[in-house]
Design a binder for this molecule. Sequence first.
Ligand code: ADE
Length: 261
Amino acid sequence: MRRGFDVVTIFPGMIESYLGESIVNRAIRNGLLDVAVYNPRDYTKDRHRTVDDYPYGGGSGMVMKVEPLYELLTDLRKDGRARRVILLTPQGRTFDQQMAEEFVQDDRRPVFICGRYEGIDERVRELLVDDELSIGDYVMTGGELAALVIIDSVARLIPGVLGDDASSREESFSWGILDYPHYTRPPEFLGYGVPAVLLSGNHAEIMRWRRREALRRTLERRPDLLDRARLTEEDTRFLRELCSDRTKSSGEDTDESYKGC
Ligand code: ADE
């Protein structure tokens, strides 16, 4: 499987520098990922190559113009490929792991429009955009990092990108819960050891321990995730045990939304 993205930005170097390193770079070199970067400045017609202008109605900050983006997308569409045009903005739906998995399955090529300045002419939304995504409830200076976050999280789900295919699937966020604790050598450091089960060589016990530690962490840190997680009966039993221990030791009711608690 191969996945490709188009990124529309007035700062192509931001995207290119990240893609020049590490695992995503190897994925590109191995032909599993391709990312094409386009600059709206190349689609301007005036001498100053203007991509922004003052807001109608006044106020501070500049607004990204519609024409260069319209020309750029019209040009992209000439190859007849199916595309999904996505505007990156804090006003979009919040990106998550499930959406990353949907990108891997979707044959439409995503086009990320990275907003800049104080905003983007509303007609870009009306005429060009299929969907709006945010990477979280905070405001950055532009959508470039958001595009990279999405590309990176999708890239590691493409079979072959991580080398060992199991590592992306087995990792617990794909179960909908947090990750379990990891250890490597030495077996003891400053008096801190490694859980004996991990040194036991008993694969079934190790899997059980990891699953339980992942559940324990999720209950402690992100109980909200448990409502949507894919849980087995054994998971639910274990969580109930943890919940009743907590209730007993705190002497009060837990306020977890977790349904088994
Ligand atoms: N542009 C600025 N902030 C953003 C965010 N949180 N998500 C996506 N695009 C953005």
